[in-house]
Design a protein. Structure first.
Length: 253
């Protein structure tokens, strides 16, 4: 991708799954990377797996906590000398029927997936404005933010909120040269999604793939390439948009 070499990138939720794949892709593009995750041991392991590719640092943080986010963005800024790109990736998910969702579970889902998205984006955006050189923020939404899926009311609501957060950020930050876009993956073969799928039965993924036009689910590396595109100069005129990576799932009536 054009314009990524040397960029300073923060990947929240970067210690596993799509986030770890994104951190790897940015390193392969010649970027300097800070990845963050909730579990300190997982963060250390992710850094060790990637450090042969270039400069990578890791910090643990709960993105739903304002103090953690402040410390994370401060540490990333100090480690890299600034931030040019945010891959705002941290998130959680689990299946739960609408009638069974407790207020506590609702609050936790939105605390990580929407409040956390806002806190990290705002902290990084403030730094980008202060630097005065523009930048790129890519927020993680989902195809579940574009259409409802049973047993995911809290998750769907959080991801729909990310889309409108993204568009509003794009409107306000565009004049300052900061592009803000969202990614909307469908079913991606991460450890988290495979644990959820296992609860649906041993052949759930095989059956599910028959409903996807490409006849397969996506890979973390394929979403990572979309992160790289939206952060690069190849997407210089893209802001306020959502990029769907779903193998055609949403195209099916």
């Amino acid at each position: 991708m054009r314009g990524l070499r040397g960029k300073r990138v923060l990947v929240s939720g970067g210690s596993s799954g799509i986030g770890a794949a994104a951190a790897r892709r940015f390193l392969e593009e010649g970027c300097r990377v800070v990845l963050a995750g909730l579990d300190p041991a997982e963060v250390r392991s992710a850094v060790e797996a990637l450090e042969h590719l270039g400069e990578v640092h890791g910090f643990s943080a709960d993105v739903s906590r304002e103090t953690d986010v402040r410390d994370l963005v401060g540490a990333a800024t100090n480690a890299l000398g600034g931030i040019d790109v945010l891959a705002n990736n941290a998130g959680i998910a689990w299946r739960e029927p609408f009638l069974d969702i407790s207020a506590e579970h609702w609050d936790r889902m939105l605390a990580v997936n929407l409040r956390g998205m806002f806190l990290v984006a705002q902290a990084v955006a403030r730094g980008l404005v202060e630097q005065g050189r523009g930048g790129a923020i890519v927020n993680m939404s989902s195809t579940n933010g574009l259409g409802g899926e049973a047993d995911y009311a809290h998750y769907n609501a959080s991801k729909a909120g990310v889309l409108l957060l993204t568009k509003t950020m794009a409107v306000e930050l565009g004049p300052r040269g900061i592009r803000v876009n969202a990614l909307c993956p469908g079913f991606i073969r991460t450890a988290l999604n495979e644990r959820i799928a296992a609860d649906m039965g041993p052949d759930f993924i095989d059956r599910y793939e028959q409903s996807i036009p490409l006849l397969r689910t996506g890979l973390p590396e394929e979403v990572a390439s979309a992160y790289a595109f939206l952060a690069s100069d190849d997407a210089a005129c893209n802001t306020g948009s959502e990029l769907v990576v779903d193998g055609g799932q949403l195209a099916v009536m």
